[in-house]
Ligand binder design. Sequence first.
Ligand code: HEM
Length: 479
Amino acid sequence: FQSFTRPTVEPPGPKGYPFFGVIFETDSKTLYKKLYEWTKQYGDIFQFQMLGKNFLSINSIDVLRDTFLQEPGATVSASRLPTFIGKYVLENYADLTFASPSLLWEKRRKCVHRLLHTYGEAKVSLENQVLQNLIHTKEMIRKTISKNVNPSEIVDEFILSTIEVLIIGRSFGKEGPLQPLLKLEHDLVNRLANPGSDALLSAAPFLRILPLPMSSVYRELKSIHQRFLDTLEMLSKEDCEKTGIYHTMKEALEERDENGKMWFTDKNISAVLVNITGAAYLTTRGTLLSAIHILAKRPELQKSLQREVDEVIGRGQEPKLSDQKNCPLMGAVVMETLRYISHVPVLILHATSQSTIIGGYYVEKDTVIVPNVWAMHHSEKYWDDPFSFKPERFLDREGQLLPATNPIRKRFAAFGLGKRSCIGEVFAKSRIFLFLSSLMQMATIAEPEGKPLPDLDPRNMVPGAALQPQEYDVRFLLR
Ligand code: HEM
């Protein structure tokens, strides 16, 4: 790494108490809001302490791009913190999300990333399964036509079916053997990965064997995950075509690296499946439910989307993934939804593996990096009227999506950046496209009857692993 002269100026930041730091001033669930507030006092980059750890909050997209995309910062800042879930649930960091980088991790991440990309871009053999999901979703919507309905049940079933198809090649539906386990496992992963319980269990791992509520989450997760693995193994022997990533990962068990060693083991498969069930559901759910809410308040925008969908896909056939590139307005609506809600507000926390310089400040080894993308996406310095929903920001004069090299696109970081960026981006975006374009094909989203629908305010989302919109009703009106 480059040698550097240690700058004398430390990053500014709130003082806090010895050891406890700012813990009494913050709530881990809404940390992004507190950090956003602190930017007004301390600027875009500042430090704070909590429970004896150093944290560095980055709130500027320019500093984040310099750090995550340029060496040496890109490598130095790509580590993760040691976590209880990583050590005790994910087979001593045999996973992708909670493990810090190593050569083997890179090889496994590349492999799973490639698989998710291929599935995102429509593996031909799965097109039929995806079509079945869409037909079922449309049937569910049709049953609610013109009535006040909370759309979360429809969205949930669609997302869980897409995860089933991704993993095992087909969906067994809401009452099938996988969806209840997927939902339960997802909930348990996110409860256990909560920074509060993780910090406590990491400091005192023996607590996991005591009869405490947080230890029962750990034990239940272990047991549900084993049931999930057993069910996958049983299904893969019975009636599934060998098209899901479970089978593809199993095939990798046969491979050997250049030293003749196994580089993908059963432990890795198990841990990667926890990562996927933990990462794929709430993120996609939050995006779809927010987009439906926003569109219900924007009938003119819906008309434009319906015009685009009618021209590109037509009214009589199901959307295909290949239609996505010809629907720039839909692309812009999805991107603006992701910017507006920024529902993975501080990404997944990074940590420095070496001391380094970030944004002109000296940063110690093992500093926790908190990239506050929520603040970046709502900065008046970079976004005109950031608390307004304006998909046209992402379109050029001809109505085409701005290229990824455009300065405005470069300010967008909902999937993170660089070495730890989301490996499910293509998969998530393509499923979101399929859902929304099917919906626009068949229905118009209207406000509910008899009770007003307030505007979706990104400052008022329900906290959690990925922020969610408040519960609401809409009506679907047949076109
Ligand atoms: C709208 C949907 C989604 C959003 C907004 C999203 C966002 C993110 C973000 C912000 C990160 C952390 C980046 C960082 O730490 O710097 C991440 C990581 C990750 N995401 Fe997603 N994600 C989405 C959907 C998915 C899906 C569908 C999958 C899998 C099928 C997935 C799998 C992962 C994995 C495995 C990681 C960890 C990568 C690593 O640590 O190297 N995500 N995602």
